[in-house]
Design a protein around this ligand. Structure first.
Ligand SMILES: Cc1cc2nc3c(=O)[nH]c(=O)nc-3n(C[C@H](O)[C@H](O)[C@H](O)COP(=O)(O)O)c2cc1C
Length: 371
């Protein structure tokens, strides 16, 4: 398929519900667990997983932009691959799948970034995607000798950063850029992205400012589905799409789910309990909660529930059950308006084949996937 903007946005598939894998570039992936089979995140495993996902028609891989582990007993996400180079390697080894880079705007010079993205895009013949993040974790920024800007300024900077990148991708003329944060002179950037259309861009802002940024600039907004509140998620999707339409833009909303799929409900629930409760890396969970300012005082009524949710997969809807239940719950997210879902598993490569064998055909029968 040609790398037009429509094909890029459709992630090169006709499927109504797009599926992706989230966080495979990090040790432990997204499950804050000590179980020995937890995801390694090493290169041979990432490569094996990407090829497997590509063959199965999974549409995308979304890495986590993370520079420093969270500590705890496993040093949760202590080993992480830089996401653009990771994407470039996987794009070279695959044929259909879109691979995102998750890029902290404050940490990459926009012209270096624009050229990295174009390079990955050429390697993948139009299958590179950009997830812009502004950062939230001062600890990580301190490691760079940098201060996290205040929340609003972070997004104002990201706006300039993305404006530069889009201009570098499209402008045939030399240009200057005179922003509040970024000043550039006589910019020339060649080659352009493959096929005359820019890479798909996503953002996962949750605040009003973050969401407005995504609506204004991006093709996709990634939003967590609030626990047990599908109707609230549906309203959020409708609202975000309506605001985008008012601006003459199309926006897709994606969400995140954590899958434990086994032949029986009992087996799935037992494995979930084993990983996420009995063997959670609680020391890492508590550090993450502290970094986010999530204290018992702040959440007196549901602190323990929030802790559990964090161990489950750093947030994301937990979907635990047999293939019928998993397919049903994914279909409900689609019915609520999710264009796609970024999935994680305790061990991606061990668990993906069963998911593809059992859940994908059910999603086909539900009319959500053709292939
Ligand atoms: C699906 C998803 C992926 C995200 N990936 C990252 C990431 O890799 N690195 C990061 O620093 N933040 C990541 N975030 C955090 C968001 O970029 C954002 O900072 C967060 O949702 C808070 O929103 P706000 O910036 O509007 O306050 C992610 C959030 C979601 C929902």
């Amino acid at each position: 398929m040609q790398p037009t903007i429509a094909n890029r946005r459709a992630l090169y598939s006709q499927n109504i519900l797009k599926l992706g894998l989230f966080g495979a570039n990090c040790s432990s992936g997204r499950a804050v667990t000590q179980v020995p089979e937890r995801w390694s995140g090493n290169w041979p495993d990432c490569l094996r997983l990407a090829k497997m996902a590509d063959d199965a028609g999974i549409e995308f891989m979304l890495p986590v932009g993370r520079w420093k582990g969270y500590g705890g007993d496993t040093d949760y996400q202590g080993e992480t691959f830089e996401t653009v180079t990771w994407a470039a390697g996987l794009l070279a080894a695959t044929h259909r799948i879109t691979v995102f880079g998750t890029v902290h705007a404050p940490m990459f010079h926009p012209l270096v970034a624009a050229k990295q993205f174009v390079t990955a895009d050429h390697i993948g013949n139009g299958r590179f995607g950009l997830n812009v993040v502004c950062g939230w974790n001062q600890d990580e920024f301190t490691m760079f000798g940098a201060d996290l800007r205040d929340h609003e300024a972070r997004y104002r900077h990201a706006q300039e950063w993305l404006d530069v990148i889009k201009q570098a991708w499209t402008s045939d003329e030399e240009f200057d850029f005179d922003g509040s944060f970024i000043q550039l002179k006589h910019v020339r950037a060649k080659p352009k992205p493959v096929g005359g259309a820019r890479p798909i861009i996503m953002n996962a802002g949750a605040s009003p400012t973050g969401q407005a940024f995504a609506i204004r600039n991006c093709d996709a907004l990634f939003s967590m589905t609030p626990r047990g509140k599908l109707a609230e998620f549906a309203a959020h999707v409708a609202r975000a799409k309506a605001v985008a339409h008012e601006q003459g833009r199309e926006l897709d909303v994606y969400t995140v789910a954590v899958i434990t799929c086994r032949a029986t409900i009992e087996d799935a629930e037992a494995y979930y309990r084993h990983c996420v409760i009995d063997n959670a890396d609680w020391a890492a969970v508590d550090r993450i909660m502290a970094m986010r300012g999530d204290t018992r005082e702040r959440w007196p009524h549901d602190f323990e529930e929030r802790r559990l949710h964090q161990a489950n997969g750093m947030g994301g809807v937990p979907i635990t059950g047999d293939p019928d239940i998993v397919a049903h719950d994914l279909a409900q997210l689609a019915a609520a308006g999710a264009r796609g879902i970024a999935l994680s598993f305790v061990n991606f490569a061990d668990e993906l084949p069963y998911f593809c064998d059992e859940v994908l055909p059910r999603l086909q029968r539900l009319g959500l996937r053709a292939t």
